[in-house]
Design a protein around this ligand. Structure first.
Ligand SMILES: NC(=O)c1ccc[n+]([C@@H]2O[C@H](COP(=O)([O-])OP(=O)(O)OC[C@H]3O[C@@H](n4cnc5c(N)ncnc54)[C@H](OP(=O)(O)O)[C@@H]3O)[C@@H](O)[C@H]2O)c1
Length: 229
């Protein structure tokens, strides 16, 4: 199986949650050092782990990643397209670079990677996309992030209908706030007491992705019990 954004946060928790002696994981992110140490750790507990470091903003890397996944572990039975970034602030202070980066990581990379993998997927395969509650609800100062996540939700919802007949499941998981390093990247203080943990998200993803093939949890919102703060 494939997990993007596996070096930290939700992706790292996903790698740990999916690990097991009968699983072959393929992990990717930019941070080679973090991927290598995670892979070593998981392999020492019996999981077969491959990884490739690179930047999902680069379409050539996305193509190389897909080729390498197919060559090493074969068409994934489960792929979790999790990598994502945020930039926040009043719209007039967001830059063209912010726009390009968010679109490239949150929307274009899932499109390109899906397009590369899809012809090879067999019936029973499951594609999981990590959206956000900001894919359905708009928040002040999160305009670009909402734009990419609303876009991702639109793409994924259409894709689900396209591939239903092929027996391929498309699942969108929309977490509310999760205590991950993402909050540091946007200079915001995360209050972990009002947030989900990465392990909460990973547990739910494992559950929905491993339901029997005739069951599809199409979309799921996952919030802290206390709601959004
Ligand atoms: N945290 C939240 O509150 C929250 C809530 C709802 C949805 N989400 C979504 O959940 C997903 C994971 O977020 P997270 O909170 O776990 O964030 P995170 O802790 O910042 O982790 C993001 C992951 O994406 C990878 N990544 C970022 N830019 C990349 C690039 N250009 N190329 C390749 N990989 C890249 C990072 O690895 P490298 O830095 O090593 O490249 C890292 O592994 C995202 O899609 C996010 O939008 C998060």
């Amino acid at each position: 199986m494939l997990i993007t954004g596996a070096s930290r946060g939700i992706g790292r928790a996903l790698a740990r949650a999916f690990a097991g002696p009968d699983r072959a994981l393929f992990l990717t992110a930019r941070s080679a050092d973090l991927l290598a140490s995670l892979a070593r750790d998981l392999a020492s507990h019996g999981t077969s782990v491959h990884w490739l470091a690179g930047d999902l903003r680069d379409p050539a890397f996305v193509a190389q990643l897909a080729r390498q996944v197919l060559d090493t572990v074969g068409p994934p039975q489960i792929a979790v397209l999790n990598a994502g970034i945020a930039r926040v602030g009043p719209l007039e202070r967001l830059s063209l670079e912010d726009f390009n980066d968010l679109v490239a990581v949150n929307l274009r990379a899932p499109f390109l990677l899906t397009r590369e993998l899809l012809p090879h997927l067999r019936a029973g395969a499951t594609l999981v996309y990590i959206g956000s509650i900001a894919a359905k609800e708009a928040f002040s100062h999160w305009s670009l992030y909402c734009a990419t996540k609303f876009g991702l939700r639109g793409m994924v919802t259409a894709l689900r209908e396209e591939v239903r007949g092929r027996g391929i499941r498309v699942i969108l998981v929309n977490p509310g706030p999760v205590a991950t390093p993402l909050w540091e990247t946007i200079g915001m203080q995360a209050d972990p007491r009002r947030m989900l943990t990465p392990e909460d998200v990973a547990r739910v993803v494992v559950k929905v992705a491993t339901e029997p093939a005739h069951v599809s949890v199409d979309e799921i919102d996952l919030l802290p019990q206390q709601g959004l703060v």
